[in-house]
Design a protein around this ligand. Structure first.
Ligand code: ATP
Ligand code: ASP
Ligand code: MG
Length: 329
């Protein structure tokens, strides 16, 4: 992709933060209209594609006792967890629907997707990364018995199709946003890079450095994450993957999943994850009712930010959810 502007994980200034809707100028409203059109197009494209490929479309859940632990992933840095009591039980706002996905995929739908609101009260300094919102939507999907490479191929196929259709049907909007010539149709298969080698080359900040040097989307594999991503203990290898976009950074995370009770327990104990929050998942795993699966989640606001060249992810949200800033609406 040529002429790519650097738009992700940069340090913005307070003046770059998105304003509330009622304070936007006429020009800004025009820009937001174009961004909303691109968002609508992206939503239509993905939902149509997943349904046509036999994925069941689930509606999201908001409160559950079980949600993503977001731990010990060093990338996940939240200030607080939203926990409330309803009907005498403690529930948590959805951090991601990973637990629900694994269970639904094992018990009922071999292929499923959902548009899931995630509430992550990110640390307030993340306002200036430009890529973090405290509420966002994941297009989360999962497929029973799929391998990591099945999922990566599916994503590559969807991604190429999306770019082709955007260039064809969203030409006016992309030209208005000065993005038409920047966005090129990538050539699959995308490169697959191992996180260990990236750490040797760039150090711990590989996820910020690498996107500045690539001109096509790339996969990064073998990233230590939460208990639910499959870990090959013998070879010290995590069977997972992030998709990084040029000039931007991570837009998707996914993995093959753990399904065996004995491994899940070892990992929860090792990582100090509260087993009592996952008793149903553990019970099902013990009964061998959790099936092997793989999947991923795409951050929709991030993807659209990259497409439209947003300075801040909040520009893709009509009611911006900027870490540390709470507007009335
Ligand atoms: P990062 O390290 O970039 O903060 P993460 O790895 O902690 O993100 P995941 O738990 O992998 O995030 O979430 C899945 C996807 O959801 C990410 O690939 C990204 O596209 C999106 N996402 C995660 N956190 C945010 C956020 N605060 N705002 C917007 N999108 C997000
Ligand atoms: N959606 C991610 C996945 O499928 C999980 C997450 O949000 O952390 O792996
Ligand atoms: Mg991630």
């Amino acid at each position: 992709m040529t002429e790519e502007k650097i738009i992700g994980w940069k340090s913005l200034s307070i003046n770059d933060l998105p304003k509330p809707l009622h304070q936007l100028s006429g020009d800004e409203i025009q820009r937001r209209k174009c961004i909303s059109k691109v968002m609508t197009f992206v939503l239509k494209y993905f939902t149509k594609e997943f349904v046509n490929r036999g994925f069941e479309w689930l509606l999201p859940v908001i409160f559950s006792a079980s949600t993503d632990p977001l731990w010990p992933d060093p990338g996940a840095s939240i200030e607080k967890r939203i926990e409330v009591e309803i009907y005498g039980k403690k529930v948590r706002a959805t951090l991601s629907m990973i637990v629900h996905k694994i269970m639904a995929c094992s018990l009922i739908h071999p292929k499923l997707f959902t548009l899931s609101p995630n509430v992550r009260i990110e640390r307030r300094d993340r306002a200036l990364t430009g890529v973090h919102a405290y509420e966002f939507t994941q297009l989360d999907f999962e497929a029973r018995n799929a391998s990591s490479s099945d999922i990566r191929s599916l994503v590559e196929d969807l991604f190429v199709g999306l770019m082709k259709e955007l260039k064809k049907f969203m030409r006016d909007e992309l030209v208005y946003l000065d993005r038409y010539s920047c966005l090129q149709i990538p050539n699959p298969p995308f490169k697959v890079l191992n996180r260990v080698e990236l750490e040797e080359k760039y150090g711990g900040e590989w996820d910020k450095q690498l996107p500045l040097e690539i001109s096509e989307p790339v996969w990064v594999v073998n990233i230590p994450r939460e208990f639910y991503d499959f870990e090959d203990f013998e070879n010290n290898y995590w069977d997972n993957y992030d998709l990084l976009l040029p000039g931007y950074g991570e837009v998707l995370s996914g993995a093959k999943r753990e399904w065996e009770y004995s491994k899940i327990i070892i990992k929860m104990e090792r990582d100090h994850v509260r087993k009592e929050n996952y008793s149903t998942l553990l019970k099902l795993a013990k009964e061998k009712r959790i099936k092997p699966s793989a999947g991923a989640g795409i951050g929709l606001e991030r993807l659209v930010s990259w497409i439209v060249g947003a300075k801040h992810i909040g520009e893709t949200q009509l009611f911006p959810r900027v870490p540390g800033i709470v507007y009335e609406l």
